[in-house]
Ligand binder design. Structure first.
Ligand code: SAM
Ligand code: DTB
Ligand code: SF4
Length: 330
């Protein structure tokens, strides 16, 4: 029998999982994965940066902060037509979810209105929609929900104590407040973090514990490997150990068994074998398409080839999408 997801994990339990011998951890994670998901399916999301660079925040990992001298071309909020063209292209290549990212601390009401139009248009294509726009007020969350936004991405990035070391312009509590505003309007949450910023195992354990003890587990948990971008304060940080990265994915899978765990940024620097191990550990979602927000992602053809070698296939269209396709063919 499949036991229901738990929200009462203790730090001691999360630590015990994180410290399991690797093969025991992977065996357990794969067992949990098979109870909740088809182990051959991968959910496919495509990202588009709808407003790029010139962000007032000082997140040490981010090439889009105005405070760091990086090679990012600033771009104001895109025209709705450009967004629709990109969404159509992503759908044609096999993506089922379209994620729109904007380098804001918090979007202004006029920007929320413009983005709500984009969300409606992408919904009309029959794709799932996700947006990541920074902090949201309850009013902004309501407007996005009413436009039909399926997921809001807002990452906790790390433990509360490590958070203070990488970002000074907002607090961990600010992040939790926005997540509450999103949850309160009934929108699904996409929330995860970054591995490889110089954090300790304890920080990863605390991040996973916070995610797994939310009132409801996030629908999606992106686990990013830091993309160390030249010009950011984290450009020279030591690369994370691949085994530890896989370990983090496996613990996320066991703690949040019904959640899509996304193998997110950093895949261009991962071997096919490390990625294969992440899928075995329970990752069942990827960002797909040549670009993340400002940095590179593997070529779609390369990903399709890897999926074929591993016997993986894109997750079947969601109910939302099937309904839309029926509507369009009627
Ligand atoms: N400005 C909004 C915010 O910060 O909430 C949304 C966009 S922001 C780029 C989305 C997420 O991308 C961040 O929370 C972080 O987890 C991830 N991210 C940004 N730069 C990254 C990098 N260099 N490597 C890995 N992940 C990164
Ligand atoms: C997430 O967790 N990772 C994505 C998405 N959510 C918005 C962003 C990764 C950004 C990597 C750096 C860049 O391309 O600018
Ligand atoms: Fe701005 Fe988001 Fe980048 Fe932080 S992560 S600097 S808030 S775009």
């Amino acid at each position: 029998m499949t036991s229901a997801p738990r929200n009462d994990w203790t730090i001691a339990e999360v630590t015990a999982l994180y410290e399991l011998p690797f093969n025991d951890l992977l065996f357990q994670a794969q067992g949990v994965h098979r109870k909740f998901f088809d182990p051959h399916e991968v959910q496919i999301s495509t990202l588009l940066s709808i407003k790029t660079g010139a962000c007032p925040e000082d997140c040490s990992y981010c090439p889009q902060s105005v405070r760091f001298d990086t090679n990012v071309d600033e771009e104001p909020l895109l025209d709705c037509r450009v967004v629709i063209e990109n969404a159509k292209a992503a759908k044609a290549k096999g993506a089922t979810r379209f994620c729109m990212g904007a380098a804001y601390r918090s979007p202004k009401p006029k920007q929320v209105r413009q983005i709500a139009e984009m969300i409606k248009a992408v919904n009309d294509l029959g794709m799932e929609t996700c947006a990541t726009l920074g902090m949201l007020t309850p009013e902004a969350a309501t407007e996005l929900k009413e436009a039909g936004l399926d997921y809001y991405n807002h990452n906790l990035d790390s433990s509360e104590s490590f958070y203070k070391k990488i970002i000074t312009t907002r607090t961990f509590q600010h992040r939790l407040d926005t997540l509450k505003n999103v949850r309160d309007v009934g929108m699904k949450i996409c929330c995860g973090g970054i591995i490889g910023m110089g954090e300790e195992d304890q920080d990863r354990i605390e991040l996973l514990h916070t995610l797994a003890t939310m009132p409801e587990h996030p629908g999606s948990v992106p686990i990013n490997q830091l993309v160390a971008v030249e010009g950011t304060p984290l450009e020279g940080v030591a690369k994370v150990d691949g085994i530890d990265f896989v370990r983090t994915i496996a613990v996320a899978r066991i703690l949040m068994p019904a959640t899509h765990v996304r193998l997110s940024a950093g895949r261009t620097e991962m071997s096919d074998e490390t990625q294969a191990m992440c899928f075995f550990a329970g990752a069942n979602s990827i960002f797909y398409g040549e670009k993340l927000l400002t940095t590179e992602n593997p070529d779609a053809d390369k990903d399709l080839a890897l999926m074929k070698r591993l016997g993986l296939r894109p997750e079947a269209a969601t109910k939302h999408q099937r309904l839309e396709e029926q509507r369009q063919s009627a």
